[in-house]
Design a protein around this ligand. Structure first.
Ligand code: UDP
Length: 385
């Protein structure tokens, strides 16, 4: 693979799915490329550990906290945006292209092209709909993409479809799915698994895992509701509120304190040993109530060779073939979720088969090599122009 000189830009330094995927891309290009962040955080540490050069251009709190669902108040930050665009243009000197990994990073980097920066590619990892983005923000981002982006990479067809529905140009798009190194899952030992289960003191009880940051639309409440009437089932909730959604966590804690759920919900916080934890589970669930742009945890659950039950919307539909490589259930339907879990618990052979077929599919369609190849292919189209 030719090592292009890429300036990766992201405004977030917490470890969300988009940032974990950036970590893979930046690590593969560590020799020639650099990552620019607008704040310091765990992502910087992980990048540096992987040998990736990182520069931080700190953004003001006002800008970092500006919600993508906010409205015209975003205009108040224009002077700062312009100033940061100048700094990005400066940093980008000598690079082949800028890869913006988040919407805010893209908006600022798009302005940098007016100040003499190299071509810009936006890796769009969000479904741009009214649910998550205000009208103003959608319009600005899509306008800038149509005007300034040499390409818009999308993490699923669903993400691409929403971009076009919001007015984005179809011919800018290339689907670049997330990719995963299956060795992280294949090397988990039985001892690692037993350790997790014994720490939970759950004996042989069925264990269902939900791996996600806490946010209402990630649907942790649905799982709590679903297992209320499955008294033998234990649940691990893995993740934390990354973007200030602590109120939702309090709501969940109060739901979990119901007598029916007492002692069965285990809060593990944010973890770096996802493969081991997934392998310790019997079933992995994905419960987003809104279409998930991609759904990394779905593929990870398949790589752990577990039956995955996911909300039937967005990227999940491109990952799971219902009843073959996992199960889908109607988004937001706690009863349907409960029925799928119940079926898998009572039919261990079926759970095993779904887990095996999911594993084969994940390795074939979402390998790290696939990610790097499709990324490379898309960039070549930009660089060869
Ligand atoms: N994750 C993690 N530690 C946690 C919870 C989640 O490393 O405690 C990882 C998870 O394995 C997945 C990513 O965070 O790779 C979440 O990506 P996904 O696409 O599922 O959701 P997003 O965060 O992008 O909305």
């Amino acid at each position: 693979m030719k090592q292009h000189k890429i300036l990766f830009v992201d405004h977030i330094a917490a470890l969300g799915g988009a940032e974990l995927s950036l970590l893979d891309l930046a690590t593969a290009h560590a020799q020639t490329s650099k990552v620019l962040l607008f704040q310091d955080g765990l992502l910087r540490e992980r990048l540096e550990l992987a040998g990736v050069q990182v520069t931080i251009i700190p953004a003001s709190k006002t800008m970092l906290n500006l919600r993508t669902s906010g409205g015209l108040n975003s205009l108040a930050t224009i002077p700062e945006l312009w100033n940061m665009a100048g700094m990005i243009a400066q940093e980008a000197k000598g690079y082949d292209l800028i890869l913006a990994n988040s919407q805010k990073a893209f908006i600022i980097a798009a302005l940098a092209t007016l100040r003499g920066s190299p071509p810009i590619v936006w890796y769009l990892r969000d479904i741009i709909t009214a649910k998550h983005f205000s009208r103003v923000n959608r319009r600005i981002a899509v306008f800038l993409a149509n005007q300034f982006a040499s390409k818009v990479l999308v993490n699923s067809q669903a993400t691409g479809k929403a971009f076009v529905a919001a007015g984005g140009k179809q011919d800018l798009l290339d689907v670049v799915y997330n990719g995963f190194d299956s060795r992280r899952f294949d090397t988990v030992t039985i001892q690692d698994i037993n350790k997790v289960r014994s720490q939970l003191s759950i004996g042989n009880a069925p264990l269902v895992g939900l791996f996600s940051r806490f946010s209402y639309w990630k649907g942790q409440h649905l799982l709590l509701k679903a297992v209320e009437e499955l008294p033998q089932v234990h649940v691990i909730l893995v993740g934390k509120a990354l973007f200030g959604e602590e109120d939702y966590v309090s709501e969940l804690k109060s739901l979990a304190s119901k007598p029916e759920l007492q002692g069965r919900i285990h809060w593990l916080g944010f973890r770096n040993d996802i493969p081991t934890l997934m392998k310790a589970c019997d079933i992995i669930v994905h419960t987003s109530t809104e279409p998930e742009p991609f759904g990394r945890v779905i593929v990870e659950g398949q790589l752990a060779q577990k039956a995955v039950v996911a909300s039937a919307a967005g990227g999940a539909l491109e990952i799971i073939n219902d009843g073959i490589t996992g199960y889908l259930f109607a988004s937001g339907d706690a009863i349907a979720l409960r029925q799928r879990i119940q079926k898998l618990i009572s039919d261990r052979n079926l759970a095993h088969t779904l887990g095996q077929q999911g594993y084969v599919s994940a390795r074939k369609n979402f390998s790290l090599e696939n990610l790097l190849d499709s990324f490379e292919q898309a960039l070549l189209e930009v660089l060869e122009v």
